[in-house]
Design a protein around this ligand. Structure first.
Ligand SMILES: Nc1ncnc2c1ncn2[C@@H]1O[C@H](COP(=O)(O)OP(=O)(O)OP(=O)(O)O)[C@@H](O)[C@H]1O
Ligand SMILES: [Mg+2]
Length: 275
């Protein structure tokens, strides 16, 4: 049955809307299904455009990128472009602070003279409506209220925790990869292009180059969160000193002994952030 190649059921006993979403590339071309409009972003590996779905005029972000690395998704036999694989896995998270992949298309496959295959893909990604990156938001808000700083920090740490629960390390959490929708104050973590599988035994993983150990993932994530919190704190002078002292103490040099000193959960459990 063709469907079994593209659709993976959710873990038994749990019915999820996303389980019925396609995992492999959508048939046809992105331009058949979407009006591709203005460019809204550009990075090292891709361009991001506004895309309007022709069937219902719903707005999405369309990220066009060349990919090199492949990676897998539990329960899916085929290989996927790594960013697609990461987004497919986090699509199953109930966390509202992770951007969701809708579908993706293979745009072009080209064999270079040296035999290397270059593939271009277009990912159709949820667009949360009027928003800006955290970097832009902070520039516009030099004096954040303490309540707003807390909301932002709490949501960003919860987004990192949700990735960890899906056994993904985002690996690139910074102020250009976080969208802020305001009002209401709500964040979305984007750009899973650097993501890695958190895997306990990298030596026994089919693709060693796409995995990271749980300890290193925790250290890198905590360090990236520390940088984000320090950036927000530069725009809010009323964050409790005890919290900032704790955050500063969290920054670890990536240590060879592979010992986790601080965790994402521990940050969320600080008295100032606790729900
Ligand atoms: N889903 C989205 N909704 C709205 N804007 C988005 C969305 N995705 C990306 N953008 C905008 O496009 C910019 C670039 O996107 P993204 O970070 O995914 O690509 P990139 O940095 O080029 O990726 P890479 O690091 O893989 O090169 C973002 O900073 C943001 O401004
Ligand atoms: Mg980016």
């Amino acid at each position: 049955m063709e469907q079994s190649m593209f659709y993976v059921p959710g873990p038994s006993g749990r019915s999820r809307a996303s389980s019925m979403l396609r995992i492999g590339p959508s048939p046809g071309s992105v331009k058949e299904k979407y009006d591709v409009r203005e460019k809204i972003g550009e990075g090292c590996y891709g361009q991001v455009y506004i895309g309007i779905r022709k069937s219902d005029r719903k707005q999405f972000a369309i990220k066009v990128t060349d990919y090199g690395d492949n990676s897998g998704v539990p329960g899916y036999a085929g290989e996927l472009p790594k960013e697609v694989a990461m987004m497919t896995i986090v699509r199953d998270s109930p966390c509202p602070f992770l951007i969701k992949l809708q579908e993706w298309f293979l745009v072009k496959e080209e064999k270079l003279p040296d035999g290397e295959m270059i593939r271009t893909i277009a990912m159709v990604i949820e667009h949360p409506g009027p928003c800006r990156t955290l970097a832009e938001f902070l520039e516009e808000h030099p004096n954040l209220e303490r309540r707003d700083a807390r909301t932002l920090i709490q949501q960003i740490v919860k987004a990192a925790q949700a990735c960890k629960r899906q056994e993904i390390c985002h690996f690139d959490i910074h102020d250009h990869n976080i969208l802020v929708i305001s009002p209401p104050l709500h964040i979305k973590l984007i750009d899973f292009g650097c993501g890695l599988h958190i895997f306990h035994d990298p030596d026994n993983h089919p693709r060693r180059d796409t995995v990271i150990s749980p300890v290193t993932a925790e250290q890198i994530t905590v360090n990236q969160l520390v940088t984000i919190v320090e950036g927000i704190a530069r725009h809010c002078s009323s964050i409790p000193t005890a919290f900032m002292e704790y955050i500063t103490a969290c920054r670890s040099s990536l240590n060879v002994e592979e010992v986790v000193q601080h965790t994402v959960e521990e940050i969320l459990d600080q008295p100032w952030l606790r729900d």
